[in-house]
Design a protein around this ligand. Structure first.
Ligand SMILES: [Ca+2]
Ligand SMILES: [Ca+2]
Length: 199
């Protein structure tokens, strides 16, 4: 009996609600979804001297008044700041050798090319390392080479998977050869590093 009663109450409520629907507006609701889009992400790397701020174009080093036998280290970071993993990073040195002003007195005696510098032929790579995830890889193929020999050579710095937001650190030590002669006094090498990343 009790069960039947409950059913009866249920039915009467339905009828009642049905009754007041007639001629009365309903509350309505619509869910929308706007602003959808399909796009490609950005493929972007940046360079930094210390790993804090990254740039597309940044001067990483300037060494002046090098003496024969003197060594300097270039160190920089390359970061994947895009939306995809990077599978390969490579780099080239683009070198322009020039004389800085007039030939010096001692230089003029041995340098018969007043329009071209000799410095990059005398700058030797003594160490070339790439660090990623705490692992250091030494690029021994390039150690012992001069910058002139490597001019415009594509050097692979990293291959594998550099995740979004991760970086590698590159350290290159350069030495002005002890055998550098007076022909490279007051010479200047302008060095552009071009860094390429592949998806
Ligand atoms: Ca010269
Ligand atoms: Ca010179």
């Amino acid at each position: 009996m009790k069960r039947l009663w409950l059913v009866a109450v249920g039915m009467s409520m339905l009828l009642f609600v049905g009754g007041i629907k007639v001629g009365v507006s309903y509350f309505t609701d619509v869910a929308t979804s706007t602003g959808n889009e399909i796009s490609t992400g950005e493929f972007d790397i940046g360079i930094s001297r210390d790993g804090s701020r990254y740039y597309d174009d940044y001067r990483l080093f300037e060494f002046s008044n090098l003496k024969p036998g003197e060594e300097k280290t270039i160190s920089f970071y390359i970061k994947n700041r895009g939306d995809y993993p990077v599978s390969r990073i490579s780099m080239t040195f683009n070198i322009t050798d020039a004389e800085k002003g007039e030939l010096s007195g001692a230089e003029a005696l041995v340098d018969n090319t007043p329009d071209t510098g000799e410095l990059s032929r005398n700058i030797v790579i003594t160490s070339f390392e790439v660090k990623h995830n705490g692992q250091t890889t030494s690029l021994d193929d390039y150690v012992g080479k001069t910058l002139a020999e490597l001019n415009n050579t594509k050097i692979t710095l990293f291959s594998g998977k550099l995740k979004e937001g991760s970086s590698v650190q590159v350290s290159i030590s350069l030495k002005l050869s002890e055998n550098a002669g007076n022909e490279c006094q007051t010479d200047i090498s302008k060095i552009a590093l071009k860094i390429y990343a592949e998806q």
